[in-house]
Design a protein around this ligand. Structure first.
Ligand code: CP
Length: 298
């Protein structure tokens, strides 16, 4: 395992191995000096709370240290330096790089210029593989991933977490129900590839038609920052809202996940229901990222 760019690069056995490794870091018995002497660079050219802080936490828990750049404005990119040059330079300082970038494909490009492992922490509307691993880890804590019935809700056009998760679930024989407003459906190339992989995928616009059949409801935010203008965002911004009333009659074991941040699509009144697992999901980012960092730097 070297670069972690897209979940499409993974075989199922590699994902299972990482999830099992994460479980070993989710106990007090792990080696807190496993990455002592190692240095991680966090290059975040888009905002982040969870991904950035959980990678930093994961590194610290394994005895390693981190350095970071938090914005384009705080880096020499404002002076015209290319991403390729930035990556070449930072590769000379550290043992691995975690990169978040607004452009799809940026992490793949960075990996071509890096002399250390690159982990994609989100590249525009592309992929977010470490998020998918923690999503799968959270599902597996409660039910087998095999043949799970998942509803992917929200902005499936721009939502990179939805793209990565859909690909990963196709390795587990999962049934996928996509639920998106008109114009924000899962891109046709992804839909086509999922079906070519043998996945049973059904598209919906209305959540009521499928909600009561799901094991997992994966809610995503409408990605305002990816819209060409404010008006087209507000046309779809309030398409869905998960409320306690809406959840009447759902399966007892339904798990509601969300990569967070949320922006109105889940009523806070849902937080205290047994279905709500998104804060636990967020917490799982630490052991999962410990496993990833360990595997690329050990
Ligand atoms: N889920 C996620 O990627 O959150 P952040 O944008 O806060 O990192």
């Amino acid at each position: 395992m070297y670069h972690i760019i897209s979940i499409r690069d993974f075989e199922r056995n590699e994902i299972d191995y990482l999830l099992e490794k994460a479980r070993t870091f989710d106990t007090p018995a792990y080696d807190a000096r496993a990455l002592e002497g190692k240095l991680l660079a966090l290059l975040f050219f888009e905002p982040s709370t969870r991904t950035r802080m959980s990678f930093e936490t994961a590194m610290a828990r394994l005895g390693g240290r981190s350095i970071s750049v938090d914005s384009v404005e705080a880096s020499s990119i404002v002076k015209g330096e290319t991403l390729a040059d930035t990556i070449r330079v930072v590769s000379g300082y550290v043992d691995a790089i975690v990169l978040r970038h607004p452009k799809e494909g940026a992490a793949r490009l960075a990996s071509e210029f890096a002399s250390v492992p690159v982990i994609n922490a989100g590249d525009g509307a592309g992929q977010h593989p470490s998020q998918t691993l923690l999503d799968l880890y959270t599902i597996r804590q409660s039910m087998p991933i095999d043949r799970v019935r998942v509803g992917l809700l929200g902005d499936l056009r721009y939502g990179r977490t939805a793209h990565s998760l859909a690909y990963a679930l196709s390795l587990y024989g999962a049934t996928l129900h996509t639920i998106a407003p008109s114009g924000l459906e899962l891109p046709s190339n992804i839909l086509h590839e999922l079906r070519e992989r043998g996945m049973d995928v059904t598209e919906h616009e209305n959540i009521d038609s499928i909600l009561r059949e799901l094991d997992v409801l994966y809610v995503t935010r409408i990605q305002r920052e990816r819209f060409p203008d404010t008006a087209s965002y507000f046309n779809v911004a309030s398409s869905y809202r998960i409320t306690p009333e809406l959840l009447t009659g759902v399966r007892d074991h339904l798990m509601i996940l969300h990569p967070l941040p949320r922006a109105g699509e889940i009523d806070p009144a849902v937080d205290c229901l047994p279905y709500a697992r998104y804060f636990e999901q967020s917490r799982n980012g630490v052991p999962v990222r410990m496993a990833l960092l360990y595997e690329v730097m050990k």
